[in-house]
Ligand binder design. Structure first.
Ligand code: ADP
Ligand code: TRP
Length: 330
């Protein structure tokens, strides 16, 4: 059996260095250990959270660019847009019909949304949000992915995918492999400018695809305490230090620790952080700049990608339709 990895990023917002270090870079590295890799833009997931068409279109472009600029080779991996593969939506419906509502009731994302409501617990909850894990299961199962690299917040969705796959296999015939989540042990949560997890939902991001000037500005915005230069500083519980350690070697981190003890000024500490981030993202930025105006190239790569995956998708869906009794009349 082929070892296949598959992962998607929801196309809302601008890619940030948390996405790059936590998702894109490790997934691209992992691809070397697998027979096939599938990377896609989860744009039908995006409309669950955002109904602004310009935001979605902009984000699709930026996230596609983030993958390509970070080194994705569309000749070696399948790279596509979810919305270009209608078979995913067809499978999603079929899976909806074998998924227990009770399973969806237990989804963290759905529960978090209802918890915000007081009198009417369903206020603002769409069927898209409720059945989000089913669409994600369809993304994964259509290609029988064996391994799914995701952030820890997505583990429940992979477990649900396994439940749904098991249910289908039991009701019809063994069709789906049960995928495994791949959570890298070394994977750290990258902190944002306010010390919380970097996330587009918190507005605390350091963008991946910005100019040096914007990068410098967003690093300058990191919140610190007001200790003066010359006063020793505590590297624990410090966003500048924590971010630096995601980019630096062990020795560099040690040296930075010493500089904290010696009372480095916040300006100098942020300057050092900027240098470290900038060194890592400069090649990504350069590639991004060279691709930015070449929208035909991006569109061509995505359209080639969807053509290739649709061949696999169609074959799988034909066999699924046969299994469920939706086939030509005999
Ligand atoms: P956001 O929190 O900005 O909405 P997403 O949920 O779209 O980000 O995440 C896309 C991918 O990037 C996921 O695999 C997620 O685990 C990873 N990721 C997002 N933020 C971080 C972070 N601060 N640190 C590490 N990984 C992250
Ligand atoms: N739900 C994932 C997220 O928000 C994105 C996603 C959609 C995904 N479909 C997927 C990830 C399939 C892995 C596999 O991060």
């Amino acid at each position: 059996m082929k070892k296949r990895i598959l992962t998607g990023i929801t196309t809302t917002g601008t890619p940030h260095i948390g996405n790059y270090l936590g998702a894109i870079k490790p997934a691209l590295k992992l691809a070397n250990d697998f027979d096939e890799s599938f990377f896609f833009l989860a744009d039908y997931h995006a409309i669950i959270k955002n109904s602004n068409n310009n935001d979605i279109a902009e984000s699709v472009k930026n996230i596609a660019l983030a993958w390509l600029a970070s080194g994705l080779d569309s000749k070696k991996s399948f790279f596509y847009r979810q919305s270009d593969v209608p078979e995913i939506l067809e499978l999603s419906w079929i899976l909806n019909c074998v998924t227990a509502k009770g399973l969806m009731n237990r989804s963290h994302a759905y529960k978090a949304a209802t918890a915000l409501n007081s009198s009417d617990e369903d206020k603002g909850i769409t069927m898209g949000l409720f059945s989000y894990p089913v669409l994600m299961a369809a993304d994964i199962l259509l290609f029988n992915a064996t391994h799914v690299p995701v952030g820890a917040d997505q583990i429940q969705h992979i477990e649900m995918t396994r439940d749904i796959a098991g249910r289908f296999n039991h009701l019809y015939k063994k069709t789906f492999e049960l995928p495994e989540a791949v959570i890298q042990a070394s994977q750290k949560i990258i902190t944002g400018t306010d010390g919380r997890k970097m996330s587009k939902s918190y507005g605390n991001i350091i963008p991946l695809l910005s100019t040096e000037k914007v990068l410098k500005k967003s690093i300058a915005k990191i919140i610190t305490n007001s200790l003066e230069p010359g006063v020793p500083k505590d590297p624990t519980d410090c966003s500048v230090f924590s971010l630096y350690s995601s980019f630096a070697s062990k020795d560099e981190i040690k040296e930075f620790e010493q500089q904290y003890a010696n009372g480095i000024s916040w300006g100098d500490a942020k300057g050092k952080l900027f240098e470290a981030v900038n060194t890592e993202v400069t090649p990504v930025r350069e590639k991004y700049m060279s691709l930015l105006s070449d929208t035909d190239l991006i569109n061509d790569q995505l359209s080639d990608g969807s053509k290739k995956v649709r061949e696999i998708a169609k074959e799988m869906l034909d066999s699924i339709r046969q299994s469920i009794g939706i086939s030509s009349i005999r």
